[in-house]
Write a protein that binds this ligand. Structure first.
Ligand code: DGY
Length: 319
């Protein structure tokens, strides 16, 4: 029987044996994502595509995929894929929820604590030879215990962040399109977005990128926040207007921010954001625990194999 043809847009952190048994597999080995013209050339000849959040799978690509049976994304977010075109073509799209929830929540907390207590600045300070003595007012930061945490989006990751916040005796507020069934067990209070901005000491974003959340944080939102507030973003860079964030941090409208995601991504080396001391930036690594990434890859392969065989994907995005 002829094997399926599959294109994998980057080297994965696990062996692809399961896939090799049923498919001829081409893996894009370069560090940079395959450009659009390469994807266009490949997609017309394959049955399955395993892609990453850095690959833009737009309408023109999906329509060119005349033999395509499945798109499997190794990520929980899928805003890089035109889901409505895929759905109209009855093309299943897989993603990798759940397995990265704890790693991502842990990392949101890593950033929150690092920003609150100025860990990155402190490290730079020591390496620059500036540590001369213990000083009562050296590198003062924010307290976490007892503070108010505002969670934007109380989905899987937002809930995991809230569970960790209970251990810090925090007051937990959240804003979401719908009220969570488990808000009582999380000790979280549902409030309007504006109230969350006004009352939170830490605001952490755990919403998907959609038309509603695109640049949800801009000038007026930063103006609503406390001057002592710290913003954490481990969701998608486009949820925060970069220019407005730069102004807010520069003018100390808010105290600090910590971003694992930026707009654009990667952040250009000449970005003014990189000149700020009150900003921590990491390169979209919130889910980068080794076991987590291995689970994401094997889940993506399981989705891909199911789609090639014409079975329902274990984790399917479209209905
Ligand atoms: C995702 O899965 O959507 C994250 O952004 C990367 O792990």
């Amino acid at each position: 029987m002829a094997k399926f043809k599959v294109f994998v847009t980057r080297r994965l952190p696990i062996a692809l044996d399961r896939l090799y048994q049923i498919a001829d597999v081409e893996v894009w080995l370069k560090r940079q994502p395959p450009p659009d013209d390469v994807l266009l050339e490949k997609i017309g000849a394959i049955d399955g595509l395993l892609c990453l959040l850095t690959d833009r799978i737009d309408r023109h690509l999906i329509e060119a995929g005349t033999s395509l049976k499945v798109i499997s994304q190794m990520a929980v977010g899928y805003d890089n894929i035109d889901i409505s075109t895929a759905t109209a073509r009855q093309l299943p799209v897989g993603h990798t929820p759940d397995v990265l929830t704890d790693a991502t929540a842990d990392f949101a907390w890593t950033l929150l604590m690092a920003a609150a207590r100025r860990v990155v600045e402190a490290d730079r300070f020591v390496r620059a030879g500036e540590w001369q003595t213990w000083e009562p007012d050296l590198l003062l930061g924010a307290n976490i215990a007892g503070a108010t945490l505002g969670i934007v989006g109380l989905g899987r990751i937002g809930q995991a962040v809230a569970r960790r916040a209970k251990g810090f005796d925090m007051r937990i507020l959240y804003a979401d399109r719908q009220r969570s069934q488990i808000e009582d067990s999380l000790g979280a209070e549902c409030v309007t977005f504006d109230r969350l901005l006004q009352e939170s000491d830490f605001v952490t974003i755990h919403a998907p990128l959609t038309e509603d959340t695109d640049r949800l944080f801009s000038h007026s939102q930063f103006q609503c926040m406390k001057r002592s507030a710290i913003l954490i973003n481990t969701a998608r860079g486009q949820i925060v207007d970069s220019e407005a964030l730069y102004q807010a941090l520069k003018e100390r409208q808010i105290a600090a921010a910590a971003l694992d995601v930026t707009d654009p991504e990667p952040i250009p080396p000449q970005s003014l954001l990189l000149t700020l001391d009150n900003l921590i930036i990491t390169p979209h690594i919130a889910s980068a625990g080794r076991p987590t990434r291995e689970k994401m890859a094997s889940m993506a392969i399981a989705n891909l194999v199911a789609g090639l065989r014409g079975d329902r994907l274990p984790h399917c995005v479209n209905p």
